[in-house]
Design a protein around this ligand. Structure first.
Ligand code: T1G
Length: 694
């Protein structure tokens, strides 16, 4: 039985060290011995102060998420019992924080009298990212240290706070550059015999609160919640710290936590938490596969994608050699990059010094020979196979041995590109999503010859530059775009058959998408899709008609909607309704009223169906990988867990029944249930709702 809790003495100070790898999650098998050790230290007269520390890479990083909705979560002592024991502790207690004191870990530390942290430590309450709120007193204790408005920011954002800032906010009492154990023990010793002031008993920071400021902050949280319950309940719980006494606030916090942890949104978000980590576990790329060192990256193309990709690497601390065909295109690309950083500086999210450092990390060139020093070269040139092959042909002559050659293609056959080189093992797809310096998703496209260490390098790079990687196979559009195309055609047909852009967009935003497909099209530019369709010999009568009139969307002031001068707010345009009716008439389509339910079924279920086909073909390794693609690359609402998790919540059987219905009515391939879907339905099964979410 491993020792999860060890107790040592340094004179009259007891040091309780927790050791529950990998992140000291507050599992039941840790809570029990910790509770016993605390009671023993409390009752031992030789002990005058207590330090709680952790072994390994971090202080307690939270409750054990895998225990939720299982009996273990309720097994005593609970985390709340531990916090209550500390709250009433008759001797000074000090939490010694390194790594990430997150969630229940911070709540444990807040129940101590004091907190000492190393400079590199972070604190935070990320429960909201799991569709929860702090459930062990964090919403009642934190406001007593930072004041309610700052506490609300931390609780509702779930973002980490560095140790120095935490000290300024009053959360951490001392930040040390030296040895944490020594500092914590000395701090504890210094508090022996001094008056004890548990956080729960403090009230100065919650008296005379500027309620107008708090209400404004709460309103902002509600505005950004976009259908998620947790952020709103976080605000309610922090408000209770102001309006209720401590015990009443704690009781209400527990009730709110129970509501959330049993809800679908939290199950969906916890599914995504584990799914993201599962996605990084790739067959044939075990921990023994060493990534190649990448000290400099070459990016070919300084347009929208190339510039965004170059920024992603520079933002992740990797210098970039940026190549364009000519000086004018290069300068244009660099100017866009500089403007993007200027915007960050003006928003206060970046200092001028940081901006200058980042701009200095770009080495512009128009000479391929300058790519010779790069360890990875990624092309973001025009999406046409001939152009891609020409670029890879040049790379063959300049790239050093061992350099990784990557393509940012969104659709094209990575195997064909690799086969056009003499080094197919070095070739991989790195499909970024626009804007590449913002969107989290990175589809790593595994060619049939891609070397395992190239994949290991891509996975490590993704982590370093803050991207969420999913390894996908080669097919037209890989995972995300292939599934998207199964839905796009239906959007157009629903317009033709009787719906209008505003109705369809509202069904999407009511579901939780940030925007509907038509507002999105206007934002991205309808001409892009128009050009792609023409290249593929495809048509979309209504969208094509709009483009023929020069209605490309926001960039031309009108598309599916009309946009007043200087405004990005879409307004319905009677001209568009007329165009839709005329197009339908010309096609002999009798328009009819279409229900919101029909729109949901005909735009979501083909997506799920295509996802099932992708799984059958092995293009995605897991259903949860597809959920990570869609929630990180396409705005699928995280409270719904991604298309495949959502399919489980609707019931795969129901989805197959409805697909059969629409297939019968329309004869369209997108509605013909995939064999895998039918198999799951017949077994009354589900995709792969992660067992860990309970
Ligand atoms: N519970 C269970 N497993 C966890 C875990 C947790 N809290 N955190 C991480 N793991 C697993 C993870 O799945 C992975 O497993 C391994 O540990 C390494 O994680 C009452 C209710 C701490 C910053 O939300 O943010 O407290 O894949 O790859 O990149 O109010 O893990 O190896 O099998 O992420 O170094 C609140 C979640 C919980 C923090 C480390 N706490 N964790 O990052 O490693 S709810 C959190 C993280 C709560 C209380 C409430 C990160 C990390 P495997 P990793 P990392």
């Amino acid at each position: 039985m491993p020792d999860y809790v060890k107790v040592m003495r340094d004179g009259e100070v007891a040091i309780i060290t927790l050791d529950n790898p990998p992140v000291n999650a507050m599992s039941h098998h840790l809570r029990e011995p910790l509770f016993a050790a605390l009671k023993q230290a409390r009752d031992d007269d030789a002990v005058k102060a207590v330090v709680i520390a952790c072994a390994g890479r971090t202080f307690v990083s939270g409750a054990d998420i895998t225990e939720f909705n299982t009996p273990k979560a309720l097994a005593e002592p609970s985390l709340r019992d531990l916090c209550a024991l500390l709250d009433a502790f008759p001797k000074p207690t000090v939490a010694a924080i390194h790594g990430t004191a997150f969630g229940g870990g911070l709540e444990l530390a807040l129940s101590c009298h004091y907190r000492v942290a190393v400079k590199s430590a972070q604190i935070g309450l990320p429960e909201v990212k799991l569709g929860l709120l702090p459930g062990a007193g964090g919403t009642a204790r934190l406001p007593r240290l930072t004041g309610p408005v700052e506490a609300l920011k931390i609780v509702s954002s779930g973002n980490p706070v560095a140790a120095d800032k935490a000290a300024k906010l009053g959360i951490v009492d001392e930040v040390t550059d030296g040895d944490l154990a020594e500092a914590a023990i000395a701090f504890a010793r210094g508090k022996i015999g001094t008056p004890l002031a548990p956080v729960s008993g403090r009230s100065d920071r919650i008296a005379d609160v500027d309620m107008a400021a708090f209400d404004a902050a709460s309103a902002e949280v509600a505005r950004k919640a976009r259908g998620l319950d947790a952020p709103v309940k976080c605000a309610e719980a922090v408000r209770n710290a102001i309006t209720m006494d401590f015990d009443a606030a704690l009781k209400r916090e527990r009730e709110l936590f129970i509501e959330l942890v049993q809800g679908t949104q939290s199950k969906a978000q916890r599914h995504l938490f584990f799914a993201q980590r599962e996605a990084a576990k790739v067959e044939g790329v075990g921990k023994e596969i060493e990534a190649r060192p990448v000290k400099r990256v070459g990016v070919i193309g300084a347009g929208t994608m190339g510039g965004g990709i170059a920024m992603s690497f520079v933002n992740g601390g990797i210098p970039v050699t940026l190549l364009e065909m000519n000086r004018e295109a290069l300068d244009r690309g660099l100017a866009t990059i500089a403007k993007n950083y200027e915007i960050s500086v003006s928003r206060g999210s970046m200092t001028t010094e940081a901006k200058d450092q980042r701009l200095a990390a770009f080495k512009p060139t128009t000479d391929y020979a300058d790519l010779a020093e790069c360890d990875l070269i990624i092309e973001a040139v025009y999406e046409e196979m001939g152009v891609k092959k020409e670029v890879f042909g040049k790379l063959e002559t300049v790239a050093k041995p061992g350099a990784i050659l990557a393509t940012n293609t969104s659709y094209l056959d990575v195997n064909e590109i690799a086969a056009s080189t003499a080094r197919p093992r070095d070739v991989v797809g790195l499909h970024f999503f626009s804007p590449a310096n913002v969107m989290k998703l990175l589809e790593i496209v595994r060619g049939n010859r891609t070397a395992p260490d190239v994949l290991a390098t891509a996975l490590a790079l993704a982590r370093k530059i803050g991207k969420v990687p999913v390894v996908v196979g080669v097919c037209h559009g890989f995972v995300g775009n292939r599934m998207l195309s199964s839905r796009s055609a239906e959007n157009e047909d629903l317009l033709m058959e009787g719906a209008d852009p505003a109705q369809i967009d509202k069904v999407f935003t009511d579901f939780g998408w940030p925007m509907g497909p038509f507002a999105m099209g206007d934002l991205a530019g309808l001409d892009i899709g128009w050009r792609n369709r023409k290249a593929l010999g495809k048509t979309a009568p209504i969208a094509d008609a709009l483009c023929e009139q020069g209605r490309f969307g926001q960039k031309t002031g009108k598309g599916f909607y009309i946009y007043e001068e200087g405004s990005r707010a879409p307004k319905t345009d009677p001209e568009v309704s007329k165009l839709i009716e005329e197009t339908a008439r010309a096609k002999g389509v009798n328009r009819r009223a279409i229900s919101d339910e029909e729109i949901t079924e005909r735009t979501l279920y083909p997506l799920i169906n295509e996802g099932a086909r992708i799984l059958e073909e092995g293009i995605a390794a897991r259903a949860s990988d597809i959920d990570i693609v869609w929630t990180n690359g396409y705005g699928f609402p995280i409270g719904k867990g991604g298309p495949m998790f959502y399919a489980d919540t609707v019931g795969v059987k129901t989805i197959v029944e409805r697909l059969d219905h629409w297939h019968g009515k329309t004869g369209k391939e997108v509605y013909k249930p995939a064999a895998l879907l039918r198999k799951i339905a017949e077994a009354d099964g589900s995709f792969s709702a992660s067992k860990k979410t309970g």
